[in-house]
Design a protein around this ligand. Structure first.
Ligand code: HEC
Length: 442
């Protein structure tokens, strides 16, 4: 799968920053949609099965009513359910360029399985529509031959619904697991060099998967209440069906929202403390406050039987989702910052090489420092690399050693990551060495 990684060019630091922002936008659109699609498909399958087994028509009706909410029409499925898998794959492979050997396979498999999952779930939904139609036909055309035909297609349709629903949910589950694994890797550099089975079954991935599930359950519950009882004054449904939707909606929202704080805490624990910035904490706290408000409104629905509160509940959980996405995206951008700097250095090198001005004009030490070193080094401050004031004194009178280090950096200080080879020519290394040796004393 190397060819995919080769599609990705090293990018400038500004570019990577932009990708980080774009990723937040894509996740905003994607996570709520795919979460609601996933949980409502499971719910619909479970209730359909129970309904058919116990001959309970309310359950069967419920199964087809709730799957219609996230599968409003096909373009929504493609735009919000399939395209983001590909977009996210490109973005994560860009920011993780050169760090792991299998992350691209994971992302590609997630895209394929996700596409299959969404298509199968849509198939399931349309077969349920058909189930209602064949009954009506039977009543209208009362002749034996068509009756036989209808019976046969109904059985075919029945089998298709069962299979497509089940396989749809399973493929989507696998796709989401892979995608969450890739995202968890981007947040945890300790997983970059681990092997693929270890990563796939790591507890850190599980924590993020369950965080996603709890969020999706809460969102689905709230979306059902919102769609059936709030949006445009609510839908007309039979009383029994209405009671069931309200009950399951409230349960999902309540339990999902209750599990979230604990899972958020675990996800913070799973992070390397170096990547816990103020922003990560701020957005965790915002999410907690929003959840607290959610509990209050859910309580209002239960106690005062005021179903109109489902509007605010839905938006509160949606905003909680946004806060969680920003929190995780910030952690990801912190964790991949070092890789971004390495890519930026490669990018500058690439830029110089396509400009074709390497080694031709006379070499200028300061220019090389500005372009090739300053992303990681300052003279009096630690960045990715050490401050020059700390490390250069030991090279006084040993210019050759310094040039040697720049041409071929060894590992020196365990507190720092190794310095990537800047790929300079000997005369360039000499020029920059001379420049930094006299500049650090100023
Ligand atoms: C991608 C980041 C990065 C870039 C770009 C970079 N360095 Fe470094 N540099 C580091 C890191 C990290 C260390 C610490 C390495 C260690 O201690 O093993 C380091 C260490 C050093 C040291 C100290 C070596 C020692 O003996 O302690 C010097 C000198 C140095 N770099 C010079 C340069 C010069 C000159 C350039 C530009 C041509 C440059 N670096 C570009 C990251 C970078």
């Amino acid at each position: 799968m190397d060819f995919l990684d080769k599609l990705v060019l090293p990018q400038s630091a500004e570019h990577i920053q932009l990708i980080n922002y774009l990723m937040i936008v894509i996740f905003f659109l994607f996570i709520p949609y795919i979460g609601i699609l996933f949980v409502s498909s499971i719910l619909s399958l479970v209730y359909r099965r129970r309904g058919l087994k116990e001959s309970n028509p309310v359950y069967v009706k419920y199964a087809s009513a709730i799957i219609k909410i996230p599968t409003i029409n096909k373009s929504v499925g493609v735009i919000l359910g399939i395209v983001p898998f590909l977009t996210i794959a490109f973005m994560i492979s860009q920011i993780m360029h050169g760090t792991s050997t299998f992350i691209l396979e994971f992302l590609l498999a997630a895209f394929l399985l996700g596409t299959a999952g969404v298509i199968l779930i849509y198939t399931y939904r349309y077969t349920l529509d058909f189930e209602g139609i064949d009954q009506k036909f039977k009543e209208k055309l009362n002749d034996e031959e068509t009756d036989e035909d209808i019976k046969r297609t109904s059985i075919g349709n029945y089998n298709l619904s069962n299979k497509s629903g089940l396989w749809g949910v399973l493929s989507l589950a696998a796709a989401l697991w892979l995608l969450i694994t890739a995202t968890t890797m981007a947040i945890n550099p300790s997983l970059w060099t681990a092997d693929s089975i270890y990563v796939l079954t790591s507890w850190k991935v599980m924590v993020y998967f369950f965080q996603f599930l709890a969020l999706s359950a809460a969102l689905t519950g709230a979306a059902l209440l919102f769609a059936f009882f709030y949006w445009e004054g609510g839908m007309k449904v039979d009383r029994e069906l209405g009671v069931l939707i309200q009950k399951t909606g409230l349960h999902l929202t309540f339990w999902g929202a209750l599990a979230l704080p604990l899972l958020m805490l675990f996800s913070l624990f799973s992070l390397n403390t170096n990547f816990l910035s103020g922003g990560v904490f701020t957005f965790s706290v915002i999410a907690l406050v929003l959840l607290l408000l959610t509990y209050i409104f859910v309580y209002g629905i239960i106690k005062d039987k005021n179903i109109k509160l489902s509007g605010p509940v839905f938006f509160l959980i949606l905003f909680t989702a946004f806060a969680l996405i920003i929190k995780d995206q910030m952690a990801m951008s912190n964790a991949t910052e070092h890789n971004a700097v390495v890519m930026d250095a490669q990018f500058q090198q690439y830029l110089l090489s396509i400009r074709g001005d390497r080694g031709t004009a006379e070499v200028n030490g300061k220019e090389i420092f500005d372009v090739r070193c300053s992303s990681c080094h300052r003279f009096d401050q630690r960045l990715v690399g050490p401050s020059y004031k700390d490390v250069l004194p030991k090279y006084e009178g040993k210019a050759d050693q310094l040039v040697g280090f720049i041409l071929n950096p060894d590992k020196v200080n365990p507190e720092f990551p190794p310095m990537p080879n800047p790929g300079l020519k000997p005369n360039e290394a000499k020029a920059v060495a001379e420049y930094i040796m006299q500049a650090y004393k100023k």
